[in-house]
Design a protein around this ligand. Structure first.
Ligand code: NAD
Ligand code: ZN
Ligand code: ZN
Length: 353
């Protein structure tokens, strides 16, 4: 009936103990439950969250052993008997939100990421760093057939997350947004989504390679956090009236920018926290926050509607982010580069090698 031959074993990258490394080995292919699909993952993006998961950085424990990954783009090869709206052979995406209860007060209002029973791909359930991954049918991303699975993979976390963050910021076309960590995976996506939404971008990151990439992707200005003598002044000066950007998207994996953003955001502006540096705290002067009416908020992935909207931007050709593809077997090398902050754009792994 399926037309797809499903092997009993497959290649996967497995975290066997917190702190890593990942182990490339063969593991069994699982069978989907009644409300689940089995996706033959062709490509998966590598998100910094996958590194946090391997390192055990966060206060939320991961399952162990763990197959990481939550930007998996592939083909549906099997489905449970309750799944009616996805066909075998359809393109589908394994994203961070693997499943949610669909019945709690958050799910009822399309705030599924806040569901207390949420299943997280590559964290509390096995994710996309394997050839065959399972997700709840209600939550897999419906990827249009015209999409290139290799290029679309990073949209499944990075794209959705920054698109949602921009929406949460309340910025309008024509306004200015500062993107902190603009040369990384989420940052590169953020520049492209912001541009497509009619915003002016100030990219903040370190080094000339990232400067070049930010400019190519469409940033109007770039501020180098490693060499700038006065980052706050430089960011403000990059806006035409010198009063600073209307919003700041914090995507960096270090604490300092989380302490700094309220200093350069425009009055009545929004600071949107998305990056998740380990053990970090936010800090802002109460006086300035009050009299300048600054909003500070967190933004966490996106719901099913955000997912389809983010994919729609991609399908229309508006989102082109640099990526490098390597074999799934090379995942540990990608983590090494990521730790050093050396990745420009995104790495994608090909599960066939
Ligand atoms: N909130 C969410 O829903 C969500 C979703 C996905 C990822 N994340 C988190 O977002 C973070 C970024 O993920 P990524 O995959 O883009 O990582 P990445 O490693 O690709 O990019 C991080 C970038 O931040 C830059 N950076 C480091 N310190 C900086 C500083 N002081 N100022 C400016 N830039 C700085 C680095 O040079 C790098 O380019 C991670 O912590 C990840 O876990 C959150
Ligand atoms: Zn992610
Ligand atoms: Zn729920």
């Amino acid at each position: 009936m399926t037309g797809f031959e499903i092997p009993s074993e497959q290649w996967a990258q497995v975290v066997e103990k917190s702190g890593g490394p990942v182990v490339y080995k063969k593991i069994p292919v699982q069978k989907p439950g009644p409300d689940e699909v089995l996706v033959n993952v062709k490509y998966s993006g590598v998100c910094h969250t996958d590194l946090h998961a391997m390192m055990g950085d966060w206060p939320l424990p991961t399952k162990l052993p763990l197959v990481g990954g939550h930007e998996g783009a592939g083909v549906v090869v099997a489905k449970g008997e309750l799944v009616k709206d996805i066909e075998i052979g359809d393109y589908a995406g394994i994203k961070w939100l693997n499943g949610s209860c669909l019945a709690c007060s958050f799910c009822m209002q399309a705030d599924e990421p806040l569901c207390p029973h949420a299943l997280l791909s590559g964290y509390t359930v096995d994710g996309s760093f394997q050839q065959y991954a399972i997700a709840k049918a209600a939550h897999v991303a419906r990827i249009p057939k015209e999409c290139d699975l290799e290029a679309v993979a990073p949209v499944l976390c990075a794209g959705i997350t920054v698109y949602k963050g921009l929406k949460e910021s309340g910025v309008r076309p024509g306004q200015w947004v500062a993107i902190v960590g603009a040369g990384g995976g989420l940052g590169s996506m953020a520049i492209q989504y912001a541009k497509a939404m009619g915003l002016h971008v100030i990219g903040i990151d370190g080094g000339d390679e990232k400067r070049q990439s930010c400019k190519t992707l469409g940033a109007a200005a770039y501020v180098d956090f490693m060499t700038s003598k006065d980052l706050v002044a430089e960011v403000k000066a990059a806006t035409p009236d010198g009063l600073g950007p209307h919003a700041v998207l914090l995507l960096a994996v270090s604490e300092k920018p989380f302490q700094q953003a309220t200093e350069y955001v425009r009055s009545r502006g929004a600071v949107i926290c998305i990056g998740l540096p380990a053990k970090a705290f936010l800090k802002a002067p109460v006086f300035d926050t009050v009299i300048r009416m600054i909003s500070i908020k967190g933004s966490y992935v996106g719901n099913r509607q955000d997912t389809q909207e983010a994919l729609d931007f991609f399908q229309r050709g508006l989102i082109k982010v640099p990526f490098k593809t390597v074999g799934l077997s090379e995942l540990q090398n990608v983590y090494a580069l990521m730790k050093e902050g050396k990745i420009v754009g995104r790495y994608v792994v090909d599960t066939s090698r």
